[in-house]
Design a protein around this ligand. Structure first.
Ligand code: CA
Length: 219
């Protein structure tokens, strides 16, 4: 799951990036509204954390432009304390949720997870696919009740496939959602990671659709 963070406060941005990375997300960061708008307009994100008070282009304008252009990724707005009018304006402009500064990182992570989950039609944190269970809150997977040991990248791949279980997901789409912009992909190419995941989950669970991509079985 790939998240865009648009926040100009350097120290806060670093903390948020650390918390989201630890929670199993890959994060791209933009420090002003113009760069943030560009990234959100051109890259496919699973969710955006958007500060409203931004240099160059304010967050509300960024959000309105995305929505006007049909970009419908979930957006969590960060607002200043006591800024009730900002919250209302942000939600009316197409924001999905908001958090008031200062906030607890665990709450931000939980809200981002919930937004991503709900965007895929899941109201519960566990995605149940037969005897395979992906727990997006605990960041773990079990197979027949036993924990599956996964690297961060394997977990992200499995979560993405699980949120799209039964659907064919192309290699391009997977690559775009699993790696941050500047990630060195060489030793972790998609085929290699899929291969490792197959060994851990057992044969037949991840199908290769020739020339199209991969599909995770729903049961
Ligand atoms: Ca700010």
């Amino acid at each position: 799951m790939r998240i865009l963070l648009v926040e100009d406060h350097v120290a806060l941005a670093r903390q948020v990036m650390e918390a989201l990375t630890e929670a199993g997300f890959v994060v791209d960061h933009a420090g002003d509204g113009e760069e943030g708008h560009f990234l959100g307009d051109t890259e496919p994100y699973d969710a955006v954390v958007l500060d409203l008070g931004l240099p160059v282009l304010d967050g509300l304008t960024v959000l309105k432009r995305w929505r006007a252009a049909g970009r419908n990724m979930p957006v969590l707005i960060l607002t200043a304390r006591d800024g009730w009018n900002e919250k209302v304006a942000g939600l009316n402009a197409g924001g999905d949720d908001y958090l008031t500064k200062p906030f607890i990182m665990a709450e931000l992570v939980a809200r981002v997870r919930a937004l991503v989950r709900r965007a895929h039609g899941h109201s519960r944190p566990e995605i149940i696919l037969g005897d395979l269970v992906v727990d997006t809150a605990a960041q773990r997977a079990t197979l027949g009740g036993a924990a599956v040991r996964l690297t961060g990248l394997e977990y992200r791949l499995l979560t993405y496939l699980a949120l799209h279980a039964g659907q064919v997901v192309s290699k391009t789409e997977l690559t775009e959602h699993l790696y941050a912009q500047d990630f060195d992909r060489d030793s972790n190419t998609l085929e290699v990671v899929i291969g490792r995941l197959r060994k851990k989950l057992g044969d037949g669970r991840i199908e290769t659709m020739r020339g199209q991509g991969y599909r995770l079985a729903t049961a």
